[in-house]
Design a protein around this ligand. Structure first.
Ligand code: MTE
Ligand code: MO
Length: 401
């Protein structure tokens, strides 16, 4: 490379180039005066200055694929377990209310010694706790056609690092009765979402969270504060939380009786509160195309009942299973990343993953699920093993069953 040509690129020659542009086309001026300078080369010209707010590379375009009622996390675009806050899935029944944090109040009453109202500042003044876990909609699972991405199939799950106060701390403050068996949580959006939650969850790991991934929780996720019930179905994690009533019987709210768990009598209870263990391969998947050679199969596994202990991958349509490596630290009730190195020889096949959690539960096949549930499958808590077909030319397609 000719060094003298480089030395010619001074501030003056740059300005000359710009001024010259008024009489000559820029390209001509640059070609004449700055033969080594490509104005489009970002490694040779100064870039943008610092900004008030960072942004993604203009070459990256992850989107949440919104519908009228929800938006889904692009699982195939994520490299690990945390969902960037602006990619957290959304499900709301009456839109997103803009709640003024100064006016925010949470009422706690019912079977308590001291009914109380808490401002956001009050909630923040309690000792804080931070934990990483997923939230997953009970209706998370779609199938039906081959051209489906992980986002289309299973995008109603996301993971954040949440910060807030343990519900048990606040319940001690109001003197919640130890006789109480249930509490009602109510949101302040126009949907007035209410769910009955067992008291043991409050004494265990339930939280009221006001921060998500290190900053104030997003409006979509319940700003300024939501209930977080690690491992429990998304619907019970009431957003824009405004009222908690403590009692000894379930309320049997509309959501409970029309859709989800009817929690009184085990005989008519359809689903558990917890989300069962499941997994999905997020690479390779539709619409990827692979070449023969080494492929690192990657994906996510999680369980609402504790830690993931094992993820197995099959590369022969489910005939044999091999243990994938799990990325640590493995957290309880949290998305867990798995990886499995595999050499593809060009033969068409199917790749699958199945998760096992610390209770010993193993993710079932769709056949096992429907057999176990009889006709009462409904659209909720469906966690079957899913499969990607690999075609002779290396294209991938979902295998709807
Ligand atoms: N107040 C309120 N809470 C709510 C809802 C709602 O519509 N209003 N939707 C529920 C449902 S069905 C789910 S799956 C989760 C979704 O949480 P996210 O939007 O933060 O992902 O919030 C739950 N909590
Ligand atoms: Mo949901």
């Amino acid at each position: 490379m000719d060094k003298r040509k480089h030395r010619k690129i001074s501030r003056r020659s740059l300005l000359g180039g710009i001024l010259g542009a008024t009489v000559l086309p820029v390209s001509k001026v640059l070609a004449k005066r700055l033969p080594m300078l490509d104005p489009g080369d970002p490694t040779k010209t100064p870039g943008r200055g610092p900004s008030k707010l960072g942004q993604r590379s203009k070459f990256e375009h992850p989107i949440k694929s919104p519908s009228d009622i929800s938006s889904r996390t692009p699982l195939q675009d994520l490299y690990s377990t945390i969902t960037p806050s602006d990619l957290h899935y959304e499900r709301h029944h009456a839109g997103i209310p803009d709640i003024d944090p100064e006016k925010y109040e949470l009422l706690i009453h019912g079977m308590v010694a001291r009914p109380m109202k808490f401002t956001l500042a009050d909630l923040k003044s309690f000792p804080a706790v931070t934990r990483t876990c997923f939230i997953e909609c009970a209706g998370n699972f779609r199938t039906g056609k081959e051209e489906m991405t992980p986002q289309d199939i299973l995008g109603l799950t996301s993971q954040s690092e949440w910060t807030g106060v343990l519900l048990s701390t606040v319940f001690r403050e109001v003197g919640a009765s130890h006789e109480a068996k249930w509490f009602l949580a109510e949101g302040s959006d126009a949907a007035v979402m209410t769910r009955t939650i067992p008291m043991w969850k409050a004494w265990d790991d339930a939280m009221i969270v006001y921060a998500q991934n290190g900053e104030a929780i997003r409006p979509e996720q319940g700003y300024p504060a939501r209930l977080l019930l690690p491992g429990f179905e998304g619907n019970m994690n009431i957003k824009w939380l405004r009222r908690i009533e403590i009692g000894d019987e379930p309320w049997m709210t509309r959501e409970e009786t029309s859709k989800y768990t009817y929690p009184v009598n085990d005989k008519i209870r359809m689903f558990s509160f917890e989300m069962d263990a499941r997994s999905i391969i997020t690479y390779p998947c539709y619409p990827n195309k692979i070449k023969t050679g080494w492929i690192e199969i990657r994906g996510l596994a999680w369980s609402g009942r504790g830690k993931i202990t094992k993820v197995e991958v099959s590369t022969d349509a489910g005939q044999t299973w091999n243990e994938a490596s799990l990325q640590g630290p493995i957290l309880s009730k949290a998305h867990t990343y798995f990886r499995y190195l595999w050499g593809w020889n060009g033969t068409p096949t199917e790749i699958l993953s199945r998760a096992t959690d610390e209770t010993g539960y193993m993710q079932p096949t769709l056949q096992q699920l429907t057999t176990a549930r009889g006709t009462k499958t409904g659209g909720y808590h469906m966690n079957p093993i899913t499969s990607w077909q690999i075609k002779p030319d290396g294209t991938l397609l979902f295998k709807p069953e």
